[in-house]
Design a protein around this ligand. Sequence first.
Ligand code: GLC
Length: 734
Amino acid sequence: MSNTLLIAQSTMEQEIDALLAKMTLEEKIGQMNLYSGFYDATGPAPEGGSAATKYEHLRKGWVGAMLNVRGAEETRKLQEIVVNESRLGIPLIFGLDVIHGQKTLAPVPLAEAASWDMELIKKSAAIAANEAAAEGVHWTFAPMVDISYDPRWGRVMEGGGEDPYLGAKIATARVKGFQGDDLSSTTTIAACAKHFAGYGFAEAGRDYNTVDVGTYTLYNRVFPPFKAAVDAGVKTFMNGFHLLNGEPVTGSARLQREILKGKWGFDGFVVSDWGSVAEMIAHGHAKDSTHASQIGVKAGSDMDMASGSYLKNLVGLVKDGKIDEANIDEAVRRILKVKMELGLFDDPYKYSDLEREKERIYHPDHQAGVLEMAKKSIVLLKNEGNLLPLSKNQKGIVVIGDLADDKNSPLGSWRLASENNTAVSVLEGIDAITKEYQFVQGPKVFLEASFLQHVKINETDNNGMKEAVEAAKNAEVVVMVLGEHGFMSGESRSRTNIDLPGLQLKLLKEVYKVNQNVVLVLMNGRPLALPWEAENIPSILETWQLGSQSGNAIAQVLFGDENPSGKLPMTFPRSVGQVPIYYNAYSTGRPVNKEGNVFWSHYADEENSPLYAFGHGLSYTTFNYSDLNINANDSKNIQVSVTITNSGSRAGEEVVQLYLHDPVSTLVRPVKELKGFQKIALEPGASLTVSFTLTDKELGLYNRDYEWVVEAGEFRVMVGGSSEKGLTGSFEIE
Ligand code: GLC
């Protein structure tokens, strides 16, 4: 750390000490209290959390932070109360779920992960930070870095997919994008790695459900993106609602003190999830609110989101000697440090600037940035007969499906500060390229939709089916836009059925009966089970929920202005019965059917293989892999190189992926693990040799004592355009 930085840090420490010395116990505890604002509930309303109570508490300095307050004007108003009317005037920090944008929305995080483009992901987070900071937000509750194998869990849309290596790279990119190089700048905000740890392994994909994973999975699959976030300098962490191996994570000193603040040296603060301190009572871990507060503070949960437990109980607990005031001081120190780094003590109103808000929100540069992100997030799953791309002079295009005209669903479900119906729809995107098409809605799919309720879906009313089939009959090509409503994935949106919802598959089959030239455009927040579609439909585009510029990105890919380059960050199952299904699984002792009998690891009624594998994604061109070369002379720096040629007729981008397998290991290793990737662009006919360096960092794993170990022996390498196939080789290390 540079001298200047060291001096700044020690000055800051001195300022914090001086401030702490002035604070009463109530004022210290006030800093640990986070209230929700008056606009959005992103969880069950807190008891007694009425607006009136909060103003009183603001004046008393009993509130250190607020979430769900939006806009320069509102944040300024509340900040003025605290700064001018509370005794010490310690500024509030305003947090918000800026998950993938403030007003200008980027694709949902799972879609961004499909781009495998870390520079673009970082830029997308920077755009989100820029607009959030212009609307008075200091702190986002993102990136969510929970690894998950379970598309029944609605929050997969919010993460980076199933792989810890890709997830760690994305965590780094997003933290650096949100926080930039200078946290005190009014274009950056503090980030928050969440939900520490293991939330994505909720049993049966049911949100908030129990998590029970062994240390091997915890250390080698769950932890890596969180550790990457710490290494990237993330300022805050959020724990979670769930039980991990018998202990609520909100009450886990092992996770928060031993691992996060101890081993990893995290120097920011930990915020609870919404009400999760008090929820330790429902878990059966705390006797009452007082006990829950004691557990939370002792476990290193520095700030209590929206439960009011700390404010209610900590003074008494300290006075009764049940909590050391040193624990309180440590938490408050961490919180004050982030506020100082944001520059809030220098100017508490610097982020609440009406002029800047007007100038920044929906800035054309932001729209251009999220459009680029959206285009690179689209995955071409199938393109038999090269039905895609469509020609711009194509006649007889019929577009069918509710979602084609939907300006809301592409915004996803985590869009608190955005405005309804601000996405470019597919029809609007196509309109910008050609007017030569006919739109037929077909049967209504989504009957009713709101953020706080489940989407009501039409399961019976076929009205519109006939018109759609009629229109398809005479079409040259049919573009079917099908999938989920934006509020069907996200928090507390778990589903046991991951087929196309409602009558959509029936509509697709009826249309396909009269016209086989069908392009299926999927709009969804999670992997879906699409066996019939994959078997019959010639071209399938996975477009996720692409945010504000959704329709333009989709249309530019449909008509070939953009050659799709996305790769799946999460496995698509053939059936929900296969879940959890993921590429980096273990061999088992009976991986194949040797004697032609039933005694091997398989299903009687389904294949073991996925419908579409992790890392899968096609292009309008083709790529050829050759000359895999492995140089293991230096076992500390193994060099792997491969040549990729664009063997097609148009420019394109390819994500070159390197997978490793250690066939003999004390702790069994997955059949393959992603340990390197590079996204390259190639003109038709051009070739490029791509190199990877493998070190202990790529070869090793954590053992049960959380020690990094590298075992000698053979390692197998596969390099290709997906986790399914590629050029293979091997090397030995001593
Ligand atoms: C929610 C989510 C968390 C979010 C928080 C504030 O329940 O679990 O990810 O940041 O509450 O909205």
